[in-house]
Design a protein around this ligand. Structure first.
Ligand code: BG6
Length: 531
């Protein structure tokens, strides 16, 4: 039995009490009491801006940036004068770029949003300048286009490989395109190690001051990730319990069913540790573990996240075998035949790049002493699911008879995707006669149900935050450096090890060693269908 409670987090305390009380009844549904009076969105238009997307004809632009901007336009958040200027080395006319964007919208935006009027308005904002990052070609044209409105907010979005960050920033500087109102957005990965991240940050920093640099980690723009902060800091219920006295451990899983697809070239130089753990997963860990910031402003939040990163217990070469598992997918059955292995997808039989990582992270602090954070991420796993599980300690003493069955500890599940929402698992008496029997049931806050309509994509929020000049959800330079300080020794230990990544079958939950990693501590990975 599931008690569904789609609701705003701020109503959480009252709801828990009502739900526990109501659990004595067979059916309980408070959906209507929340959905009627809840305002789902507040649209505040941003200031007029010119956005220049470098790498405008690439995958990120097609799948994420163009659709995200379209949706913000649909919601009335882009002022009529705002312009989007696509740039890449490809020669293209404005009309061809608009056709490219139209095609992207047809693929990645639902038909019902694409009215003729809106399509025309959005595509009318687009123009194109062909420019070579490392040559002078095209830059004068960009100067001309931007020079038409020198006073506007300018956003330079570098949707290109990190090797082009330096050359592009350099050209932006020499062509005097960087005004006091300018910002630069860089995609992860920022570097491949602490040293290369430093070098990259230095290059960007020669042209843009730190308050104008927006290092994107799109996980921070996900609705549920932001809700994690709301859950913790807008409710009195959790904070007193949010420590090692009451929490047994935390699990963070980001599992994907897809393999490396068309990105094998990039991925093989990265691997799951750099691609997912150094940024997305450590950022999630920070949001769970950080102290309450003094205010919801960029530096206050980032100062607290930095403290967590600095408190991570280093994983040394000696601990690596016990604390980290790396895996690489093999083939496996699928609905339409046999899936290829990573090595086949890549076309290189010798690669030792990991497509899976599980690790046990520990935080040296009073709050988190003896509370392990188990992280796992991988490609070609059994399900596409991203979630954070906070498992509370068992009750100190069971007053019920053994016949009632064993009591499971309370568990808070924060699901990022799919079906974004939060579930709090409680033990209740199974309704009906026949003695006491317990059931572990979730109080379920499904955001999709609570807030009718489309859930905004992470990039929508993040792009408008850049225009507004709000850096709260972007990584500061010192955070990136601290994350690398944790990751670098693991990469070095792997490099020096003769042991290859452990194989796992496509469609499984990773190598068996990942199960041993947690079971060694008498714990198990949370499996949604086993509850
Ligand atoms: C990206 C990684 O940052 O995140 C990809 O480079 C990964 O390898 C992706 O697939 C996952 O993002 P999401 O939002 O689909 O979970």
């Amino acid at each position: 039995m599931i008690y569904r409670l789609p609701l705003a987090c701020t109503c959480f305390v009252a709801t828990v009490i009502r739900a526990v009380y109501a659990s004595r009844q067979v059916k309980f549904d408070v959906r209507t009491s929340f959905s009627e009076n809840y305002v789902t969105t507040r649209i505040i238009p941003v200031d007029v801006f010119d956005l220049v997307v470098f790498g405008a004809t690439g995958d990120l632009s097609q799948r994420k940036l163009i659709p995200a901007l379209f949706h913000r336009d649909e919601q009335g958040q882009l002022p009529p004068e705002a312009r989007i200027i696509g740039t890449s080395r490809r020669a293209m006319s404005d009309a061809e770029f608009r056709a490219f964007a139209k095609d992207a919208l047809e693929k990645f935006v639902e038909e019902k949003s694409r009215t003729d009027e809106l399509m025309e308005r959005f595509l009318g904002r687009l123009s194109y300048v062909s420019a070579e990052a490392t040559l002078d070609d095209g830059w004068l044209k960009l100067e001309q286009v931007l020079g038409q409105h020198p006073e506007r907010i300018r956003v330079f979005y570098l949707a290109v490989g990190p090797d082009l960050f330096g050359p592009i920033c350099d050209r932006l500087g020499t062509h005097k395109l960087v005004t006091p109102q300018s910002r630069v957005v860089v995609e992860k990965p920022v570097g491949k190690s602490g040293a290369s991240a430093d070098a990259l940050n230095d290059e960007i920093g020669k042209v843009f001051p730190e308050p104008a640099i927006y290092r994107i980690d799109h996980y921070l723009g996900k609705e549920t990730v932001q809700n994690l902060m709301a859950l913790r800091f807008a409710n009195a219920l959790f904070e007193p319990l949010w420590n090692g006295m009451h929490i047994d451990h935390v699990q963070i899983t980001v599992a994907e069913t897809l393999g490396v697809e068309t990105r094998a070239g990039y991925y093989d130089t990265s691997g799951a540790l750099r691609d997912m753990v150094q940024n997305h997963m450590l950022q999630l860990l920070c949001l769970v573990a950080m102290e309450p910031p003094s205010a919801m402003d960029a530096d206050a939040v980032r100062d607290e996240k930095l403290k967590v990163l600095k408190s991570l217990k280093p994983i040394t070469a000696a601990d690596i075998e016990h604390s980290v598992v790396r895996g690489q997918y093999r083939g496996g059955p699928s609905n339409n035949g046999q899936l290829k292995s990573y090595l086949e997808d890549l076309g290189n039989p010798d690669s030792r790049t990991e497509t899976f990582v599980a690790l046990k992270a520990e935080i040296n602090s009073w709050r988190w002493a003896n509370v392990p954070f188990y992280l796992r991420t991988g490609k070609r796993l059994a399900e596409r699911v991203s979630e954070i599980v906070v498992e509370f300690k068992p009750i100190p003493y069971n007053v019920f008879q053994a016949t009632a069955g064993s009591l499971k500890p309370n568990r808070l599940l924060i699901r990022l995707q799919p079906d974004e929402g939060v579930e709090l698992f409680l033990s209740i008496k199974e309704p009906g006669p026949g003695g006491l029997r317990f059931k572990h049931v979730p109080l379920d806050m499904s955001f999709a149900e609570a807030f009718a309509g489309r859930q905004p994509e992470a990039y929508e929020r993040l792009l408008t935050d850049v225009v507004r000049g709000n850096q709260t959800l972007f990584m500061r330079r010192d955070e990136v450096a601290a994350a690398w300080r944790y990751i670098d020794p693991i990469l070095e230990a792997w490099r020096d090890s003769s042991e290859p990544p452990k194989p796992y079958q496509s469609g499984s939950w990773g190598p068996t060693a990942a199960i041993s990693l947690i079971e060694r501590d008498q714990r198990t990975w949370y499996e949604p269908h086993v509850e």
